[in-house]
Design a protein around this ligand. Sequence first.
Ligand code: ADP
Length: 437
Amino acid sequence: MNSFRAVERSLLQMTLLAGPGLLLGWALGHAGFGLAAGLLLFAALQMRQLLRLQHWLASRQLHAPEAQGAWQPVFDALERRRKNERRRRRVLLDALESFRDAARALPDGIIAIDDSDTIHWFNKSAKRLLGFRYPADVGNHLTHLVRSPRFVQWLGDARRDEVLMDLPSPEDERVRLLCRLIAYRPGFRLLIVRDISNLMRLEQIRRDFVANVSHELRTPLTVINGYMEALEPEEMGEFAPLFVQMRQQSRRMAHIVEDLLTLSRLEAQSVPVDDPVAMQPLLTAMLRDAQALSAGRHQICIEAAVDRDLRGSGKDLHSAFSNLVVNAVRYTPDGGSIRLRWDTTTDGGAAFSVIDSGQGIQAQHLPRLTERFYRVSNSRSRDSGGTGLGLAIVKHVLNAHDARLEIESRVGHGSCFRCVFPAARVLAREAALGDTA
Ligand code: ADP
């Protein structure tokens, strides 16, 4: 109904009410009084409609009351609008309900927190995995409920894109969790918590299996190696070349078993060692080892610019650094140079670098180098006597020392393997008393 017709109806109603009033007034000899009475009646009717409208708007009734005159289209339009709004609201509520059901059905715990780590919302699985209570824990601080120091440190860490593995559930120690943080709107993040107990159990079975197999292989290999070393190729006559190859492969097998046992020991080490480790003797030992392996084929030097030491495991650090030095000698052609550098970083940490002028590594291999048995070129590194486990050991040792491995390399120019330790792992020289050489 357009506004023209509404005005038309109004005028008609006014005429219908004022007209008889006017006629009645004229008949009685008071035309003015009759007109006024008619208009008053008209105004009273409008007021009644207005009150009806107001009453209906204040109620939750869907259907508008009966209206007269120009009010009819207004009531109809308002009723249509109310119906549309109700329909839209129902659709929105359905969508919200379905989202809530989906979040409730998820096996992962989901917790919405703000920048101050205050809990705003969580789903049913969060209750099960973390022992949260609804609604008591909404508005609580997350670290008041999950108090593990590892979790608190991870949550406060700037590098929040990293996942937190193997967190024991505050509800049940046997349940192991994986945590991940996702920013979903400014100032808000979702904490996703996944039960990885089965995965951790399988991982433990794998670790035990590798450790047991390596351990069982060690004794027979030691015996075989012992006999091989006792015999001389010259005594083998026509089988001499075969024997040399057997001896080489048996030595390699013994190295692989030793490296696997080292990895198993590192993986099983739950409490990180925290001894003072003197760097000067360690660097000297590295230089000695490198020179012995190189046998004069390379120029090797130490560039120790700082008098800083480390906190950690001297034995493991020796093993990690030694793997880098052995690789540098192995993969640098005769006449090349190898530098062992010990310097500080801008944030108060320190770094041990092994820089060689060797064959270098193509960029696509760099991210995978620390995987077990990953090799750039299989034949070449096997010929060089490598086990494919050296850099995996380096990575494990550095992880246990909160350190990271940075690799830069250019094919044909050489490589730089840099172990970067955080300030918390670095000591002023006089504090370190141990000698790891
Ligand atoms: P491997 O025992 O085979 O040396 P690692 O885990 O120590 O195993 O190293 C993995 C691979 O990385 C090696 O096979 C080699 O191809 C490459 N690599 C390691 N260090 C160097 C280096 N200094 N220069 C060139 N390539 C290297």
